[in-house]
Write a protein that binds this ligand. Structure first.
Ligand code: F6P
Length: 376
């Protein structure tokens, strides 16, 4: 019997999503003779049954195109805004899956998408996930597509900031994305030759950072580049966050739960502008003029690097092969040099942080990059 499969992209977009859609689709159509539909705008399109055919025509010419031809959203099946209310639409999505006579649903996304796909899997749908994110924080896979492109963009930005920082004898604080992990700041910081790299996994002391900059000045280096992950925390902030989480865990099943949640939300909103404040503090402590560059969404845009195209193509073709072997409820992951299907139940709710003993961190410290906890 001819199989029919569906594909959706969910969560923040990133380069190489189209390369992955193309790889799954072309393998499905050309190798297996299946029909493929794409759902528009993530899980919302699945709920609304908004589809496009993914055939020879629509799968062609998209390898190098950034973003996703399917559109995306952060909508969750069990918390879907519908007509002014937030509803659990999981069963409606299961129904659409069956209406389309699908034998598999491929979900391209990050950690949040894995959770949502797992919910659908628990309702009996054959789901399989592909790992995309510029943050590289998906547990269970060594790397996700989108990361290499964002890394190149952030590295090039740090390269370019050097000449202007040098000319004006300034501190330039450059913020990368990365959500709660530091892969992007650390990779681009090492690759771009930053002098200080601040990541969420290593809470920093601003006095230590200031001293590292002063030390550079004493060595005749009158500029400094500080690469800071958007989720980076000072030691005090890390303590406050830990407290807020403890409170949440304590209050989980009692009427205080919403208060603890609100406190955490308050804390999160207090983070806004953190990088600007850090630059101000460094200016005050060192007496050197400082400037801020927030790279933001530019890291998610544009054409994917060859490494990301290759990775997305390897994972996408393997995904179609796993579907042919009836392997479901899994993330198609890279482990070492192999592509493996890792059960979703083993990865949902987990984040891949930078381990404090990671070799990248060791080499950063060995070449004198200050990681915010010691001068370096
Ligand atoms: O997960 C990718 C990412 O770009 C993060 O680095 C960032 O924190 C977040 O998405 C931004 O989300 P949004 O696109 O919803 O603003």
């Amino acid at each position: 019997m001819t199989k029919s499969i569906g594909i959706l992209t969910s969560g923040g977009d990133c380069p190489a999503l189209n390369a992955a859609i193309r790889a799954v689709g072309k393998t499905a159509v050309h190798n297996y003779g299946w029909s493929v539909v794409g759902f528009l705008n993530g899980f919302r399109g699945l709920m609304e049954n908004r589809t496009i055919a993914l055939d020879g025509d629509s799968l062609s010419g998209i390898l190098t195109v950034g973003g996703t031809i399917l559109g995306t959203s952060r909508d969750k099946p069990h918390k879907m805004p519908v007509g002014g209310k937030v509803l659990d639409m999981t069963d409606a999505m299961v129904e659409v899956y069956h209406q389309n006579h699908l034998q598999a649903l491929v979900c391209l996304g990050g950690g949040g998408t894995a959770k949502n796909a797992y919910r659908l899997a628990q309702k009996g749908i054959n789901v399989i996930n592909l790992p995309k994110t510029i943050d590289n924080d998906i547990y269970g896979t060594d790397i996700s597509f989108g990361y290499d492109t964002a890394l190149s963009i952030a590295t090039e930005a740090i390269d370019r900031l050097h000449s202007t920082a040098h000319s004006h004898h300034r501190i330039i604080v450059v913020e990368t994305m990365g959500h709660k992990v530091g892969w992007l700041a650390l990779g681009a910081g090492i690759g771009g030759g930053a002098d200080v790299v601040l990541i969420p996994e290593i809470p920093y002391d601003v006095d230590v950072v200031a001293e590292a900059i002063r030390q550079r000045v004493r060595r005749g280096k009158h500029f400094s580049i500080v690469a800071v992950a958007e989720g980076a925390l000072s030691k005090n902030m890390a303590k406050e966050l830990q407290e807020a989480h403890k409170q949440m865990a304590k209050d989980k099943n009692n009427p205080e739960a919403s208060k603890a949640k609100a406190r955490l939300a308050d804390w999160e909103s207090g983070r806004v502008g953190h990088t600007l404040r850090l630059a101000q503090q460094l200016e005050e402590l060192t007496g050197r003029e400082s400037r801020v560059t927030i790279l933001g969404y530019v890291q998610r845009g544009g054409t994917p690097t060859p490494a990301d195209r290759l990775l997305a193509t390897r994972l996408g073709t393997a995904c179609a092969d796993f579907i042919a072997q009836d392997v479901f409820g899994a993330l198609v992951a890279i482990r070492g040099s192999e592509v493996e299907a890792v059960p979703l139940k083993d990865i949902v709710g987990k984040l891949k942080y930078v381990p404090v003993e990671h070799s990248w961190l060791k080499c950063a410290r060995r070449i004198g990059i200050c990681m915010g906890d010691e001068v370096g």
